[in-house]
Ligand binder design. Structure first.
Ligand SMILES: [Cu+2]
Length: 347
């Protein structure tokens, strides 16, 4: 009776292990596909620069919102893989900042392999112990409680793994705390219930009010629904930006996944973080701090433009360029005669 039971059990285990093997093989294959060069090179796919340039040229006389590039600065559809592959929709969005690219590399080549290997190793050990040391195969269990060699190994190996993770992790953390340089372009993102305001203190202090477009309007524009806005946060590409965030009422959070950027917008506080967007494009984000009933309906659209087009946009908004304003002010404040008079007194 007893041996019959164990035979039956062993048979079931055999089936289960067989199925697990298939599952492990499938998982490994999926992971390999995820890490494949094709997958990585997808990151380097260039955006149709000409298309953007054409549009920019069209907007030379007046600002025309840039058309987004499918799959860039937005999530891909996990059901259809629209805008990318199905696998791509399971991982991070392609990154358009240095920190983002580094973080994505760390995720793909350090964290995921380490997590996968450890999980498979522990699963393998468990299955081996279940099969090898079951009562039927091992009726008299060992009474061993200590083994110095193996205890040293299972202390040192995890320490070694943690150090491997800590080195890139700490440098990423440090990079994310880098202070914006003095000449960075300042944009102040203000969270309101429930929309965003973008103030340009270096450009005359005008403010853009940004509300979500209806699904119909967004789709008609060729933009993703619930992410498109009427007035975008327009910034120059390729130069350091000083993004300041604050909340007008409750805590919001300014977050754009493809730029590796997330910063809380807290009432009464001014948070500041460096952001350098590497290339022109349209990048979508959302408020990422529960801020009330319409929290899900205050998206962020960042449009990065070449500097000259950004400056043209600023002038169109009634803003002024920092250098020009400064020179004009200097000229206005100190008339030439006064300067002469002052130097005469000094003599
Ligand atoms: Cu909010």
């Amino acid at each position: 009776m007893g041996s019959n039971f164990y035979n039956h059990w062993a048979q079931i285990m055999g089936h289960t292990i067989g199925r697990l093997k298939v599952t492990i093989i499938a998982l490994t294959a999926a992971l390999a596909a995820l890490m494949s060069p094709a997958m990585l090179s997808a990151q380097e796919t260039e955006m149709p620069v000409e298309a953007v340039a054409d549009e920019a040229a069209a907007g030379a006389t007046g600002y025309v919102p840039m058309a987004p590039t499918e799959g860039k600065g937005m999530a891909t559809d996990p059901r259809t893989g629209e805008g990318g592959t199905l696998l791509k929709s399971m991982t991070f969005q392609d990154q358009y900042t240095q920190d983002g690219a580094y973080a994505l590399w760390m995720h793909n080549w350090i964290l995921m392999p380490v997590i996968t290997l450890i999980s498979l190793f522990v699963l393998g050990l468990l299955l081996y112990v279940i099969a090898r040391y079951r009562k039927g195969a091992n009726p008299n269990p060992s009474r061993t409680t200590h083994n110095t060699a193996i205890e040293v190994i299972w202390t040192i190996v995890p320490v070694f793994i943690l150090v491997i993770i800590a080195v890139p992790s700490i440098s990423l953390l440090a990079a994310q705390y880098e202070t914006p340089p003095e000449d960075a372009v300042t944009v102040k993102a203000i969270g309101y219930q429930w929309y965003w305001g973008y103030e340009y203190p270096d450009h005359g202090g005008f403010e853009i009010v940004s509300n979500m477009l209806s699904d119909a309007d967004a789709l008609a524009n060729g933009e993703p629904a619930k992410l498109a806005v009427d007035n975008r946060m327009v910034v120059p590409a390729g130069v350091p930006l000083r993004i300041q965030t604050t909340g007008a009422d409750v805590i919001h959070s300014f977050a754009v996944p493809s730029l590796w950027f997330k910063q809380d917008a807290v009432p009464g506080r001014l948070n500041e973080k460096l952001l350098t967007i590497e290339e022109p494009g349209v990048y979508y984000g959302q408020c990422s701090e529960l801020c009330g009933a319409r929290h899900a309906y205050m998206p962020i659209t960042v449009e990065a433009l070449p500097m000259d087009q950004f400056e043209a946009w600023v002038l169109e908004q009634g803003g002024e360029l920092p250098g020009a304003a400064g020179a004009a002010e200097d000229a206005a404040e100190i008339p030439a005669e006064e300067v002469e008079a002052v130097s005469a007194v000094a003599e």
